[in-house]
Design a protein. Sequence first.
Length: 289
Amino acid sequence: MFAEPLTGGAITLVARTAPIESADVVALLEALTAHVPGLELVTADPLVRDVARGHGFAGPLRGALVPDATQSQGASDDPAAVRDAVQRLLPGIAVGVEKNAGPARALLRRAVSGVASTFNLFARPDENAPPTRFSVPERSDLLIESVARCIDTTIAIRRRFGRAASSARRVSFDHADFQLLSGHNAGSADRSSGVIHMNASLASLEGLTMMEILRARRGGGGSAGVPAPYNQIDGTTAHEMWHQMEGAVEARRSMDGIELRRGLGEALGVETLEQAVNGVRPRSPPAGS
């Protein structure tokens, strides 16, 4: 890894090899903590930030991280504990957690998502709006901050664009298709169901490392760079939300067009404009009807 000092005790991570062992990140953090008074770690790298949070660093969602053993984020796959950890990073968003889904529903989720076990978090732009459901892998190496970034970006877009963004009813970290499983795609949007699929590998330490290994073997690939303090999770979430919004706008315009044609047709005494225009064709109403 390559780091350079900023003002005071701030250190920014300039670059790192990919993939990288988390033990190497821990070694660097320990060295920096021991030799840099007033250390502040400035990076948008999701792997480095997660390892830092798990080893005595704390800070806001996209801000600098500082050593603070009292705020260390321990590994947990308990849904309630995950919800609490996410909530601490999102003070302006009320985050809820689903209670036990039951064995039948859990089996169905496993078959559809390609993820062994998942649970749901819920968040909404305001108390009157319907919530967006976030399906999250249930595992001890879950990248809490990455999940929080996804929720924060989704809710920020819903607040900004209102009705146009309300079609995003569910965001699922999964491997629902081969492009996600192989790491070729970071996400996809299903306009018909209102579901955004986020690559489940982006949400776990093991998954993110494997995604980096696969991309290195292919000689690169993945999403375009996102300027700090944002990272790939922010960029992918925003990109797929845009696809959902685009689909909703197109569908609404299509419905508006159908209503317009129907109204024009009724003004001419037929059901639709097409029936009036094509009155001389077979199965069209008689002229003047």
